[in-house]
Structure formats: C-alpha cells, structure tokens
Design a binder for this molecule. Sequence first.
Ligand code: ATP
Length: 539
Amino acid sequence: MTTQADTMEKIVALCRRRGFIFGSSEIYGGIGGFWDYGPLGTELKRNIKEAWWNDMVRNPPVGPNGTEFQMVGVDCSIIMNPKVWEASGHVGGFSDPMVACRAEGCKRLFRDDKVFLVGFIPVGDDPQREEAFEEIQQLREQDPTKARALARQAELNDPPVYLAVEADSEESAKIEISYDSLSNTQKRRITPPFQHVAYPLSRKPSGWGPPPCPACGTRGSLTEPRQFNLMLQTHIGALQDVASLAYLRPETAQGIFANFKNVIDTSRVKLPLGIAQIGKAFRNEINPRNYTFRSREFEQYEIEFFCHPSEAPMWYEFWRDVRHKWYVDLGLQSEKLRLREHEGDELAHYAKSCADVEYDFPFGLSELEGIANRTDFDLKAHIEKSGKDLSYFDDQRKERYVPYVIEPSGGVDRSVLAFITEAYTVDENRASPELMMFHPRLSPIKAAVFPLVAKDGLPEIAEPIYREVKKRFPCQYDAKQSIGKRYARMDEAGTPFCFTIDGQTKEDGTVTVRDRNDASQIRIDKSRCVEYLHDKLSL
Ligand code: ATP
C-alpha cells in the first residue's frame, strides 16, 4: 500500500533527480530550511510568478458589480529602516512559542503550537467498555491505582497509547502517526476498537502524563514554552552594535505600506487600488519542515488592496474568491483546495476577517495563502511612528481618510510545491511510470523536438524546426537515446508536446505530435509546429 509519506518521498526524489529542487549548499551537507531551484524548478517557479503577475497586476479580474480598479507593482529592498518593523509590531511581537527537549543527546527545539499528541483511545460500541472508560477518566486524578485496576479488568489500556509529533494541524498529525505506523509492541497495547485523536501540546488531556519529545520520545523532557522572535538579523556598516542592527524582511507587505504615499503621489492612481510585490522574505523558523513548505528563506506574492473603509467587506470577499479560483484555474483540483474562514478567536488582533486557502498536501491540509481584512492598522501604525501623513483624499467622495487594506498574501514556494504535488502522476502502463501533468501555462518546457534517429538527414530537418519553436516557446532538442526514453524524460519534466521527425517527414513533410496527457500521436505538417503549440497552449 502506498502511504502519503511514500508519495511525498517519491515527489522529493523526482524533484532531486530531474533538477526541480536541490538542498541549498548540498556539497557542504546542506543548511536547514534553505533550498535551491534547479533548471526545471527555476522555469516552473518563474511561470507561476508570471501567471500571478499577469492575472493579478497586468490584467486583474473585474471587481464586484463590474467595478474597474487599478493594480500597480513595486519592488522594494529586503532590508528596510528597522523603525518599519517597530511600527508593524514585528520587533515586539513576531514570535513563536518554543519548547526545548532537555534529554542528553537530543536537545532539539520545537514550535510549541506545532507539536501534537496523537493518541489511540479505546472506545467502541460496547456500552460496558465505554462506561468503564469514562469511569477511568474520572478516577485517574483522584485514585490512579483504582483507575489502573479498572482498566486491567475492562481490558483497556490506560493511559491510552499516545505519541508526540511535529505537524501543522491535528489532521496532519494523525496522518503522520497512523495506526499502521505504530510498532507491533505499541499495537499490542491498543485494544480495538479505538478512537484516533490528536491534541496540541497545550491541550494535553489531563491524566495523559508528561508529554514525550517528538524527536527522541523521552517523556517529561520538554521545557515550558518561551517566545522566540522569528526575524533574521544583520548589521549594516562596519560596526556591529545596537545602532547598526537591521532585519531581513519577514514579509514583503511592509515595503508596500511604506511606499503607499510615494505611489499615490507619483502614479496618477485612484482608490480602490492594489499595490503588488513579489519578493524574498526570511523567517528564522524554529523547525523548517515538510520539504520546502516551511523554509527560512522563501518568496511571497502579496497584494495590499487599499479601499474606502465602508467597502472593505465587499473587497475582502472579492479577493478571497479570486485567489481561491486562481489556484483552481491553474490546475489544483478544487476538492484538494479548501477555503477556510478563521474563527473569531483565531483572527490576528488587527484583522477583521481572514481566510486561508489550504491545499491537501501528502502531509495534510496546510496553508498556501491567507486573505485578510487588515483594516487601517498598518497605515495608522506608520503614520504614528513616522509622523508622516499617509491619509488619502478621495476627490469623488470629497473625503479624506486612512484607507482600509485587504491583503492576499501567498507563498510562491508553497505554490510551487502544491503544483508539483498536484502534477505528480503515476501511470504504470507507461515506459516511465512517473509523469508531471502540469497545467500548460506552468510547464517548464512547452515542447521538445526529436529526430527519430541522429542520422539519415533527420537532424537536418529537426534542427530548423527546433530553432523556430524556441523563438516562441521554451523548447528542448534531443537526438540521443531511444525515442521511448526521450518521451519518458519529457513526461517527467511535464512537457505537454513532443515533435518527432521520422522517415515519413522526408516523404510528405509531416511530423508526429505526441501529447503528454494520453501519449496519443497525430501527424501535422512540419511548418505548423509553432501554430499548433500556440493553439493548444492558448498562451
Ligand atoms: P504559518 O502559519 O504556516 O507559519 P503564516 O500564517 O505565519 O504561516 P503569513 O505570515 O500569513 O504566514 O505569510 C503569508 C504566506 O507566506 C503564507 O500563506 C505562506 O504561503 C508563506 N509563508 C509564510 N511562512 C513561510 C515559510 N516559513 N516558508 C514558506 N512559505 C511561508
């Protein structure tokens, strides 16, 4: 049986083997939380960013009730005046709760809210057993000896078998620790039927005893949580003192807020207005995990959409739905995508509403992007800290106000991983059973040109076709190995079409076009290759 963990391992192996993603500085043993994109990954990532820029900035969808609005871009520096991060609240509050394992030889650090206890609670449809279980829960604190005796009598394990794991949600924790993943000794301690449960560390059920370390398993070795600031620091200039301290930006958003007035004053734009940015962000994550999903250096695509406060709820709903649809249109199956509205107690203190676009990765449903109504929190914070007037005069409403902001904030690398996961397909009937079914807009290579054999005058016909196609589309030429192997390589790269020049080309001027999706082949005139791609890829 192929498990989700197996699937992830296979995806990681294919990405390494075919040059999508490498570990950073691998020749020196790598560095945790940093990744490099190889030739195919670089093209894929560029295509994703270009699709975003094109669909959101250059040619955004029409607003609610046909409202037109403007979108412009900025490209800000990674290091900004540290006062920006004081105003935004990052210096004081951008931290995660951290716990450490005290056990000798482990000493690992974990993010407290990402450690889950996964347990197997014996319950079933036997009312007597259920009753005994309830009684044991109540007795555990008051009379542990009696609780244990009762558990033995009812053949229930008490406390239930539970382990600790690092995960992004209760759901992912249960995927990581399933019944099948337990050792035989652990399985013997669980009397079926059982209930499979997961609790965050902070909500450990009473009576479960000290939590084990997710890495070494030592019980009671975890410290109490303490706050850990996620901003990466550096120093500017020759002296390394407090005055030269600076931060690598933990998000691209603040560059947009800091330039709001510059854009308004120089660009003949009016509200509602979106300012977009794609760029690197850095977070000193306590434990980077799940391949590139949680990295310490990553790219974000963010929009700060400025509008009149009364229209913010309307624009929030608009952007939430636009961003969800964008992922579906680019090929993420809608049943694997979830749009999840945050509950009141989950909302950040500055946000009025917030939704996450989540994708069902092999390691569980996890956030791709957050869309939030950030109100006027950021602009007001910068007005106060900088003393500059960042309000806006609306000449249609004849009103001066501090705009509200809707922020769709996505992670490029998480999108790359989601599109790779979605594209990864296994078809045992093919010469190479693994292929990448990318949406054609995202495919790193759009076409390949192959002479069937590297002789008999076929390369002489194939090379001019290749030169013509590559002027318009990323294209590869390959004359070596068997044709089956060459198709298989292109399937693994996710290339939608391959043109093959064979003996018949010399007779009637036609070439075969092979379609990656179903491996079907048709013949077209060799002069029509570019036109064919143009029609099929509708780029
Ligand atoms: P998480 O809860 O997963 O740590 P977050 O809610 O803190 O994420 P935001 O601050 O909302 O994330 O950042 C916006 C987007 O940036 C996220 O939706 C995600 O796609 C991306 N992102 C954030 N942190 C990372 C990271 N460590 N590695 C890769 N992408 C990230």
